[in-house]
Design a protein around this ligand. Sequence first.
Ligand code: ADP
Ligand code: ZN
Length: 755
Amino acid sequence: MSASKTPHPIGQHALPAQQIVQVAVPLPIRQKGPFAYDYIVPKGLRVTVGMIVEIPLGKRQIWGIVIADTPSGDVAADKLKEIISLADLPALSRSHLSFLSQVSDWTMAPFGMVMRMMLSTPKAHLPPPTCVINALGDADKMPSGKRTPKRERVLDFLAEGHAMSAADLAKETGTSQAVIKAMAEQGFLKKLTITKEANLAYQMPKQEAESYNLVELTPSQKDVSQGISAFLNKGFSAHLLDGVTGSGKTEVYFELVAKMMAEKKQLLILLPEIALTAAWQTRFEARFGQKPLIWHSSVSSAKRRKLWRACLAGEPVIVVGARSALFLPFSNLGLIIVDEEHEPSFKQEDMVIYHARDMAVMRAHIESLPIVMATATPSLESWVNAGQTPLSVKPARYHHWQLLHRVGESTLPDIQMIDLKKDRPSAGRWLSDPLLQAMSECLGADQQVLLFLNRRGYAPLSICEACGHKAKCNACDSWLVTHRLSASRQCHHCGYRQPLRNQCDSCGEKDQMRAYGPGVERLAEEVALLFPEARVAILSSDTAANPEVAAELIRAISDKEIDIVIGTQMAAKGHHFPHLTLVGVVDADFGLQGGDLRAAERTYQMLSQASGRAGRAAEKGVAYLQSYEPDNAVFHALSSGNRDAFLGLETQMRQAASMPPFGRLAAVILSGVDEGQVEAQAKLLASQRPQYKDVLIFGPTPAPIARIRGRYRMRFLIRAPRGVNLQEILSEWLDKQRIPSQIFMQIDIDPYSFM
Ligand code: ADP
Ligand code: ZN
């Protein structure tokens, strides 16, 4: 430190013409608001808030975002470093910055991490890569002595207006690159530098798109569509589009898409499982005469980069994406649609833990936009927000729009219970007599069957008959699941797999490992035995590992090349299988075990989705649910079709227990490889827990799955009344803690997983 310890009075006195700005850096440092450093703007540059800039940080050069055009003054001006360069991009809007910062405040994830999600597209903010192409140069100057047939071919080809790389040109004209090179050096060809992506196909919406291939809306669809349309371009509004499966919700929101397209606005449509949406994409294309722009992690990085920049440039893109699409830098967004708003997969469980639906509502609010959330089985949160129970907060935050009937002749399936206590399948079998009977009749009538079982693989548990050893994962507290198709035993928590052997790991006996419990593969075995003629397919993330394979399998089912589909939740969602009339739910009780806060709600949603696959065309559908407790309220609601009564009951129970959305929850999870260290840290945190009258902090307890990937996990659960600022309480408790680097602390606001 020099003699002058007092910081420079920044600005006017010491360094007149020098601009100093605050740049947020993508570091995982948690504090309220963005974590930023001051940087000097080099002379001659003008920097404004929202610009993406390259800065030195320690020995590295990284990219950050300018969040204030005045210094914080934390560090003396003569100690500051200069910005290295500016991204060749428009600045992010204030509202986008404010969105990122509010996501960080809400989730309590460091701003730097939220920012990293936004900038995660590979090199999106760098200038596009360039390449050199060859075009026609001074060809007339070529002396006739130098005109070989090969050279002639090149010149003729380029004269048609082509320009391309030496390699491509050589291929097109049947010459070598050496020939091209020599011609260029002599000036007969001209070299041009272009950005590589100039060639990347990127469709802009067609002018006439909004009138493409229209369907005539039914009167009730029209009412809803016009009702919501009245809110377009009028600031923030939130809409719950609540309609039974097959009522035409998609058709209704396509109307809104068409309207916004006509105004050249950007649109964002969030879908829960983008890999399964081939049919949705085909339908979009049929309706609008163009493909939507897909955003998820397996889209090529060149395409994502281009889309990212198009969003920031305000081009009228229609983006369909998984939850991460919410962080794209749209600058001209007109509408957000969240389809299947109740889907748990909108919750991201690692890194920044956030719920994409809730953050989408936040973004719509910040950017003054309408947001439409579509579902056949609303989440309790949205249901309460739509003012639909006497217990709801008034006035309602969401507008509620209903479509009560399926389109055309099709009606909702009958749902019937099978009591497994009375009709118990024999040992090692999973299908009861009444279900088998119904399957025979269905197949006899030349229709399709779906058996729904939400368990991948062959069997969830293997035990050695000789010594009682259970096949376990070494890194997690979980059993290994037997997979016959891939001849392996797998851990569904960490992905560990070992070859399937029939020797016990513990006692070494051979042929003593027995499988317990059903998985879809085992069910397929039973079905093959009982219906040897039937064509059977398994639809799970193992058999439909990528979008192409999934699309082909779904097509085969739709085209009736399969008689019996055995599927996990992958088969339950969204698909339209016109010949499918019978759904059998093998283990309807599955989701009710474990006593999770949302167990009943999720079971209801999943089973009504699964049942909803039956009878989507002219033929009436029926669903059978096999259960050991057929009198459970969830099943009553399903079989009587009284969804609202169920939601009402569920709402009352949540309120009585002060559970969300009537109370607030958060979880704090500590994990580390050293069990003792995790425990000690948890105890230390516990000893410093703040005391509030109405805020309860439970724990620490070992997480239900106490070890995952070799890391021990302890959890706290915090419950507070609705009006309490939970984040503030957590931050008061946790911000001052010095957590050792071997221990990872996660905060989960409004947890969906309690594992
Ligand atoms: P949801 O999204 O509510 O499940 P969809 O929009 O997928 O319903 O509609 C179900 C089926 O009915 C689709 O095949 C769709 O093309 C068709 N459909 C919807 N609305 C109409 C309409 N107004 N006229 C004709 N067919 C329609
Ligand atoms: Zn594991």
